[in-house]
Design a binder for this molecule. Structure first.
Ligand code: IMP
Length: 434
């Protein structure tokens, strides 16, 4: 039974949640491998909207085992809030969720450090989500982090927090501020959190291996996206985790040899939240129209997203890094009313045409997009469940994206509901789950 990775091909918010939700009935396990509650995966079912942050989107399906892999970072209070919100909407979050004992915790001092760091960067602020994610990963790499597993031995918690506390206080004092974290309160909350969720905290890599040994399939749900990947994204305007398909092996404890396929998810246009280069960004009028039609406001922070046109150079790069077997093109309906639709096919830099995404940020920042214009279809696409029910010009647009990226398109999404989806018969997707 295949294990499949779902990865964002752009700067996030591509609609991975919906794609994971669609494919979940074909698998037995859904696992996250990176990120924290900086992510916001929106799934709409029967008009009900679910926003998931750290709990895998598979949780919406009864009988599916969900796993939060070791590559994630979790804030206990945010986790409890998300769990309570889901339960209020009738979604059970109990033994169907395993949290890796190696997941690192996002603690109050991480929020404070992130706010301080963004403030100190001034006009070069990264525009982070201010969820403490980056500093939690910094503590992990600095070997002073505290993990979910540590909560199972509460007696040594204070000692384990000591290094992180020292580091935090040095930074805050160095900035001329007063440290103001209530560490006793932090320990008390962590102890009760650990007691409450003890049965969920496990060796998640072992759990995943046991599931595979039973012949079960795993869907790996990427958070953030390729161009926000710490190593391969538009550094330093990136997130702090490995968002690409390669992150699965590290962030879930599953060997690369057990990954059978990778699906990239890309919007039919492009958005970005936060600072950093965005070569195909649209002019304000067109960006505003895309934002309004696509409801392009952050699921986590509510921030307006920057909007632009499909960037085939960036999508080719994402294909190179992740090895996409197939693509899901989402939010095609947002383009339904346009007369002409630009696609960025290459970049211009100092008189040269670039077909490959530059690794040097100072080059990328100065790249100009080369656009080709495709006629729009000026007809509604939501509800078209078959490829041949899409307007001919819409099919041509999708085929052109596929040609430019060099990857087949297996799914076209034309609205937030599960029903607003075309799944193509002859795609890699069909062969995985035949
Ligand atoms: P951080 O992940 O909060 O550290 O933010 C780093 C960059 O990643 C910022 O530009 C954020 O806007 C962006 N980012 C983080 N998570 C998401 C996401 O889920 N969708 C889109 N952008 C994100």
């Amino acid at each position: 039974m295949p294990n499949i990775v779902i990865v964002g091909a752009q700067w996030g918010d591509e609609g991975k949640g919906k794609v994971v939700d669609l494919l979940t009935p074909k698998v037995q396990v859904v696992a996250r491998y990176n990120g924290g509650h900086n992510a916001g995966h929106t799934v709409v079912v029967g008009g009900k909207k679910f926003i998931l942050h750290v709990i895998p989107s598979g949780i919406l399906h009864p009988g599916i085992l969900c796993v939060a892999g070791n590559g994630m970072v979790i804030n206990p209070a945010a986790f409890d809030r998300e769990k309570a919100e889901l339960e209020e909407l009738g979604v059970a979050v109990g033994d169907n969720l395993v949290i890796s004992d190696r997941v690192h915790l996002i603690l109050p001092h991480h929020y404070a450090l992130e706010a301080l760091s963004e403030e100190q960067r001034g006009s070069r602020a990264l525009g982070t989500t201010l969820r403490g994610t980056g500093p939690a990963y910094e503590d992990k790499v600095g070997r002073r982090g505290v993990t979910m597993g540590d909560l199972l031995c509460p007696d040594s918690l204070e000692e384990k927090l000591a290094e992180a506390r020292r580091h935090y206080e040095a930074l805050v004092l160095g900035a001329g501020r007063k440290p103001d974290v209530d560490w006793e309160g932090v320990v008390a909350e962590l102890v009760t959190f650990g007691e409450r969720h003890r049965s969920k905290i496990k060796d998640a890599s072992l759990v995943l291996h046991q599931q595979m040994a039973r012949g079960y399939s795993i869907l790996f749900e990427g958070a953030q996206a390729t161009l926000l990947d710490l190593d391969h994204g538009t550094y330093p305007f990136v997130t702090s985790s490995s968002a690409t398909a390669g992150g699965v092996a590290v962030g879930a404890g599953v060997p690369p040899s057990r990954i059978d396929g990778v699906m990239g998810v890309a919007k039919a246009y492009c958005t970005r939240v936060g600072t950093g280069p965005f070569p195909s960004e649209a002019e304000e009028g067109a960006a505003e129209a895309l934002r309004a039609r696509g409801k392009e406001f952050g699921a986590t922070t509510g921030r307006p997203r920057r909007c632009g046109w499909f960037d085939a150079v960036a999508a080719r790069y994402a294909t190179r890094l992740n090895g996409f077997d197939t693509l899901a093109i989402t939010k095609l309906d947002v383009l339904d009313e346009l007369e002409q639709i630009p696609i960025c096919t290459a970049y211009r830099f100092e008189g040269e045409t670039l077909d490959e995404f530059p690794s040097d940020l100072s080059v990328l920042e100065r790249c100009q997009p080369v656009f080709e214009s495709i006629p729009g279809w000026k007809a509604p696409t939501p509800g078209a469940r078959q490829w041949d029910r899409l307007p001919a010009a819409a099919r041509d647009y999708v085929e052109r994206l596929s040609e430019l990226v060099g990857t087949e398109v297996g799914i076209v999404s034309t609205g937030p509901e599960r029903e607003d989806t075309v799944i193509r018969d002859q795609s890699a997707l069909a062969s995985w789950f035949s």
